[in-house]
Design a protein around this ligand. Sequence first.
Ligand SMILES: [Zn+2]
Ligand SMILES: [Zn+2]
Length: 261
Amino acid sequence: MTLALFDSHMHTPLCGHAAGTPTEYAQAALDAGLSGVCFTDHMPMPAWYDAPWRMQQGQLQEYIDSVLAAREAFAGRLEVRLGLEADYHPGTERFVEGVLEAHSWDYVIGSVHYIGAWGFDNPEFVAEYDARDLGSLYRHYYALMEGAARTGLFDALGHFDLPKKFGHRDPDGYAALHALDVVAERGLSLDFNTAGWRKPVREAYPAPDLTRAAAERGIGFVLGSDAHSPQEVGYHFTEALKQIHDVGGRVVNYAGRVRHG
Ligand SMILES: [Zn+2]
Ligand SMILES: [Zn+2]
C-alpha cells in the first residue's frame, strides 16, 4: 500500500479477550505496510458494567505504558498512537469523562454493545434476537448511537451497524439515516470496521448503503480492523478502501484528538 494508512482500532490482552503484545501488533502493521496504528482497547467502565470484557481501572496505567513502550520501540518506522474504545451506556457518561480527562488520548471510539442489559453482540446471547422485533431493536440501538454522538465525548462511533453481526438486518433503515444526520451535525467520524468481514454477516461495518449515506453527509471514515490478535491488523483494508472510495468517501485518522485527512 502506498497511502499513509493507519489501523485505528485494535486491542491488547488487558481486555481479557485478545492475544498478542502491543509490540506484536505494531510489527504486524509494519509487515502489512501500514504507516501507523492506534491502540483502542476496551476502556475501564464503572465496576457494575461489563467488567469481564475490559481492563479494570487499576490496569489503565499498564495499558498506557505498554503502548508507549511500543511507540518507543518503533520510533521512525511506524507511528504508534494511544486511544480507547469507550462504551456508551446511559448513566456512565461522567465516569467515562473522568477517564478521558485523566490522560491525553489520540482517539476515542464510542461504541454501543448493550441494549438495556442485553449484550447483543455476544454470541452467547444470540437467541435473544428471536424474541425481539427487529424494527424496534434497531430504533432503540440507533437512539443509543445518537445519544453517544451527542455526549461530545467521542471522536467516532464504533461499528455503526453492529446488530447485523449474526445476520439480523435492519428491516427499514430510517433510524440509521437519522443517526447519521446527528453524526454529521456533531462533526464525528465513523469507525470503518473490517471485523464484520470475519463475522457471520460477512460485511464491514457500516454496510455499503450506509457508507454511501455517510459519505453524502461528509462524514469521514477511520479505518480499523478491530484486531484482537496481531494477525488481524490491517484486515481487508484493500476492500475497505474500495468500498469507501466507490462512494466518494474519505479516510481520516486522529492524533491528539485532532482529525487529519
Ligand atoms: Zn473486544
Ligand atoms: Zn474494538
